[in-house]
Design a binder for this molecule. Structure first.
Ligand SMILES: Nc1ncnc2c1ncn2[C@@H]1O[C@H](COP(=O)(O)OP(=O)(O)OP(=O)(O)O)[C@@H](O)[C@H]1O
Length: 296
């Protein structure tokens, strides 16, 4: 593997909101809908969602298309507000925190990285330092990177194997390269919580494994809390401490992989046949598609 193992995990992120003895996230009876609600036929994207995320935990959010995974991650990132119920970040009501306070603690890697401006890779990754800068309101932050900021950004670019792309424009990169740049930007933010929406979706096998190994190391060595959305049930099963399974906006199961990644549960939620056995090394559940003999 070319990169990932070298990320410097030693630096301490700056202080921001009071964390106290609280869970990282605590969501209670959260509901959310897009647009105007028809009172006769309410279309909740998320309904009565309750869960908490412990410090240093890796939580995987899985579920079929349209089940509400991205919406839930956006609520945790404070990109959209909950309309009913509450979400607390380190005990503080998320909607009452300032966006810059959230940004110092929470890094967000979106699913769609294609809508971006033609900044270079270095400029894009350095944007991860914005929440840590103390600047005048009229200063947009360009051209004021400290040597420390640049060192952190360089480390993240090496880690994500995009250092050789440093001077390229992000609009001219492949989907997988851009995905790695956006993750490098989130690492540069040095957050305490990392939210990732389909982090491996566009990546080749080497970089998929690299991301999984990196996330595991960030969790183990730095105590980073990670919430990731994925369609890859094996990634969730092998790397996540707990898995939250959504269906039609509701939590169907929440537990350790063996409590969630079960054949009958998956077949009911995904409405198709699957095979579930044990990974030969970890013993954790492993999901396999049915062979063509089984579906014909
Ligand atoms: N911007 C939007 N405006 C209106 N409805 C939306 C919007 N974004 C999502 N939805 C709807 O909200 C529901 C949940 O969508 P969401 O993107 O959270 O699901 P998802 O589980 O992430 O899906 P996928 O696996 O396909 O990415 C879906 O019914 C979707 O059509």
């Amino acid at each position: 593997m070319t990169a990932y193992p070298g990320h410097d995990l030693s630096s301490e992120p700056s202080e921001s909101v009071d964390r106290g003895p609280f869970p990282v996230y605590d969501a209670r009876s959260v509901r959310f809908h897009y647009g105007r609600m028809d009172p006769d036929a309410p279309q909740w994207a998320l309904r009565d969602v309750s869960f908490s995320v412990k410090p240093g935990e890796m939580l995987g959010i899985v579920g079929p298309n349209g089940s509400g995974k991205t919406s839930l991650l956006k609520l945790l990132a404070r990109i959209i507000p909950e309309q009913q119920g509450t979400i607390r970040l380190f005990g503080n009501r998320l909607t009452e925190l300032r966006q810059e306070d959230v940004a110092r603690d929470v890094g967000f890697v979106p699913q769609d990285t294609s809508q971006t401006f033609p900044f270079t890779v270095t400029e894009t990754v350095l944007m991860g330092r914005f929440p840590h800068r103390h600047r005048a309101p009229w200063d947009l932050g360009f051209g004021w990177d400290s040597p420390g900021d640049r060192a952190i950004a360089q480390q993240a670019m090496v880690t994500m194997d995009v250092w050789k792309l440093a001077t390229r424009r992000v609009t001219e990169l492949s989907g997988g390269e851009r995905q790695r740049v956006v993750i490098a930007r989130a690492l540069t933010q040095e957050p305490r919580v990392l939210l990732l929406d389909e982090p491996t979706a566009f990546l080749d096998l080497q970089h998929q494994v690299g991301i999984c190994v990196l996330l595991h190391r960030l969790k183990q060595e730095r105590g980073l809390t990670i919430v990731l959305v994925s369609h890859d049930l094996n990634l969730a099963s092998q790397y996540c401490d707990r898995v939250l399974l959504l269906d039609r906006g509701q939590v169907v199961r929440l537990g350790v992989p063996s409590e969630v990644v079960q054949r009958d549960v998956l077949e009911a939620v995904y409405r198709c046949r699957v095979l579930v056995d044990c990974h030969p090394v970890s013993g954790l559940p492993r999901v396999t598609l049915p062979s063509r003999d089984m579906v014909t």
